[in-house]
Design a binder for this molecule. Structure first.
Ligand code: NAD
Ligand code: DAU
Length: 331
């Protein structure tokens, strides 16, 4: 099977490529990645000899057409992915998330290629802290940020291309991932690398916002379950019942580093900050038989800390610039 992975040099995509090469002997993987600030060849180093990396943009129609014509399945991870960056400059989010997804859809339409679109639970907006509800595939779209609105738009493009043109596509909307190779602009790796440097973690606002954490390997196992057994045209929500507020996550990290429970700072809140995300993954569990392997968040975090300690050369070059950018917004 020839698999084209867009965004395969980013966090989730690189883990997907590594898992695919490890677990699927018959798969031939090509990665299309623009190697933006979030993409890193080094994230594919362990499998470099078994993967073809094409440096280019998903908005390049001629390149996308050629690569899609040579593929059996396209797994579309490429995106601008960070909410804080989308508040600073939404423009690349519109280009990559909307125009890039459109460009891929036109190519898979022309070649009749199986397409799986990776999306986020943020398309549903947020929930109140005391709401017993979780997101389901029927929850109305209500995105809050430039990031989540461009992801919502990309999902709607996929749905329209399925219905209007019969494109053989599926969509998955996943909750917050953690694990190795996550960019240090994101919450968990930012705090881990701060703690390695002896710097106090930074909590936006009161820290009561809830995220539904899932290990990246569990996300990617679900993606393969959908590609193998999912129904064309369906949306699957991916989540592992991992709701935690940000304060609890910081306190767990402090405990794992042997630091005092109050050894962190509150900083400026994110404008429009979503309060809570929570996924109901019943369809994925019941129809496709998926279940998460990482059920103990504490252990998953400890392993993630070990990875960042052992791979300082991977993240260190970006650290000063990431922190300088946060300093400009008081975060
Ligand atoms: P990331 O920012 O770590 O990686 C994105 C990758 O896409 C990078 O390698 C980057 O170079 C590449 N890219 C960006 N613009 C491109 C373009 N125009 N052409 C080709 N490549 C381009 O992101 P991530 O956290 O790995 O997220 C991957 C996907 O998963 C995204 O679609 C995101 O919306 C979705 N998602 C992420 C999470 C999460 O918690 N991180 C959760 C649910 C869904
Ligand atoms: O829900 C899925 C989404 O999860 C994905 O679609 C996004 O691509 C991914 O980035 C993530 O979005 P969040 O905005 O939830 O993730 P982030 O890591 O930026 O922040 C997680 C929470 O931590 C959020 O409530 C903001 C807070 N935060 C973040 C940073 C960087 C802090 O308190 N301090 C920080 O330093």
């Amino acid at each position: 099977m020839k698999v084209l992975v867009t965004g395969g040099a980013g966090f989730i995509g690189a883990n997907f490529v590594q898992q695919t090469v490890r677990e699927r002997a018959g798969a031939h993987v090509t990665v299309l990645d623009a190697l933006t600030y979030a993409g890193d060849r080094g994230s594919l180093a362990p499998v470099a000899e078994r993967v073809e990396l094409v440096e280019g943009s998903i908005t390049d129609a001629a390149l996308v057409d050629r690569l899609v014509s040579e593929s059996d399945v396209v797994v579309h991870f490429a995106a601008e992915s960070h909410n804080d960056n989308s508040l600073d400059d939404p423009s690349p989010f519109v280009q990559t998330n909307l125009v890039g997804t459109f460009t891929l859809l036109e190519a898979v339409r022309k070649h009749g290629t199986r397409f799986h679109h990776i999306s986020t639970d943020e398309v549903y907006g947020d929930l109140e802290l005391d709401d017993p509800a979780k997101f389901t595939p029927e929850t109305p779209y209500n995105p809050s940020s430039p990031y989540s609105s461009t992801k919502a738009g990309s999902d709607l493009l996929v749905r329209a291309w399925v219905r209007s043109f019969g494109v053989p596509a599926t969509i998955s909307n996943c909750s917050n991932n953690y694990g190795p190779y996550q960019h240090i602009e994101k919450f968990i790796p930012r705090q881990i690398t701060n703690l390695i440097d002896g710097v106090r973690p930074r909590l936006y606002g009161a820290g009561l916002n809830v995220r539904d954490w899932i290990h990246v390997e569990d996300h990617n196992a679900a993606v393969w379950a959908i590609i193998d057994k999912g129904q064309i045209g369906e949306t699957y929500l991916i989540g592992a019942d991992g709701e935690k507020n940000n304060l609890d996550v910081v306190r767990t990290l402090l405990e794992l580093f042997g630091r005092d429970a109050d050894d962190f700072d509150h900083v400026a809140d994110r404008p429009g900050h979503d309060m809570r995300y929570a996924i109901d993954a019943t369809r994925l569990r019941d129809e496709l038989g998926w279940s998460p392997r990482y059920t103990r968040f504490h252990d998953g975090l400890a392993a993630t800390i070990d990875w960042y300690r052992a791979n300082e050369a991977w993240w260190r070059p970006a650290k000063a610039a990431v922190e300088a950018k946060y300093a400009r917004t008081g975060q």
